[in-house]
Design a protein around this ligand. Sequence first.
Ligand code: SF4
Length: 452
Amino acid sequence: MSEANPSATPTAIHFVSLGCPKNTVDTERMAGLARRQGLRFSPAAAEAEVIVINTCGFIEAARQESIETIVELAQHKHEGRCRLLLVAGCLAQRYPEELARELPEVDAFVGTADLGRLAAILEQRDLRVAERSAVGPAEGLAEADYARELCGPAHSAYLKISEGCNRPCAFCAIPLMRGRQRSRSVASLVAEAETLVARGARELILVAQDSTAYGRDLPRGEADLLQLLAALDGVAGLHWLRVHYAYPSLVTTALAEQMARLPRVVHYLDLPIQHVDDEVLRRMRRGYGAVQVRQALAALRAAMPAVAIRSTLLVGHPGETDEAHRRLCEFVSEAEIDHLGAFVFSPEEGTSAATQGDAVPAELAAERRDELMALQRTISRRRLQRLRGQVLEVMIDGVSEESELLLTGRHAGQSPGIDGAVILADASGAPGTLVRARVEGTSDYDLVARAV
Ligand code: SF4
């Protein structure tokens, strides 16, 4: 690109990252690539000559947000300085031709495993129209790409341990967009973790479509999540290692005990259970039932009595009867999960759930979601109240939005951006510093604590 712009000022590029943390990592890789090619980042889209939108295609609402963002930023090709508008990520992978037809302002679409093509596009001056929708297959692996430009703060970073997913969940189109599972090697993940720690990371959050399936695609016995955790636990300078997206039937006593044993692994697990009604789970093709969900929770709580669990539920899946919903509500009341989100089912093209009968009306599904979230609000408030008076280890994230005199942070049971925070009084330290603080107040989702 620098060749394409021989003037003294390097070409300005602006990134927009939509969707989940796995997409964030991809955006960070793309930004790292742009940096290596000599581009500079522009926080304002209006100032940028190149705009990259990394899209999400998870559900209808996410697709809609992606399209709206593209349409909005496409204005900069008419009114701003933009001369290259690129659309990357899940939506580009799934619908390149349709998008190319509908969105003429977009110069090229880049797939989920297309870093090499992005590099070529950024180097190119003139894009031929025929290449616009030529996204590559969702294959291959970025094993040694450590030059990520982090989107978030340096002290807390994601580490993507595998790409793709081999599961057949009936409602999910992700395998169609991200391909088969490809696990990275332990050695490359440890090397990336060390690089991130050297650049200031104190917390690493392992992400994948299914982190508990890590290594299953590698030659037999080469690695699994237990081994990976042990290897990453040895990275000097790291305070917290957090695991997201575990699959309930793969949460074993051995995994829970390994998490309990390793000092840097926090007692926290993001465990999307989706449902607990056996018939709904069968129709979802999750391969487990209510018994396995309860076993997973019991194994975690036996090994780590104070473990914090985050989960997600999918409501309104075809075949979810009133009775099935009631069972789910009873489970939520009884299981007392710390952090819970609920999504309304959306029929995704190409998935088997989209063609199953017994659809639940959208309005009813939304009511069910609201009922579950109201239930969870009470549970969250009650669980946080139990922490009053306790002294917790809190990682400082920065200055609180509420007051410059307060800091904000998280205890080990809170993942950034999704689980609430700890408002800290009388504390000082740079982001990533650990302090001890006594809980003095609670709200529905947050804690107030004073440094001790
Ligand atoms: S585990 Fe199921 S829901 Fe999760 S990404 Fe894979 S197919 Fe989708």
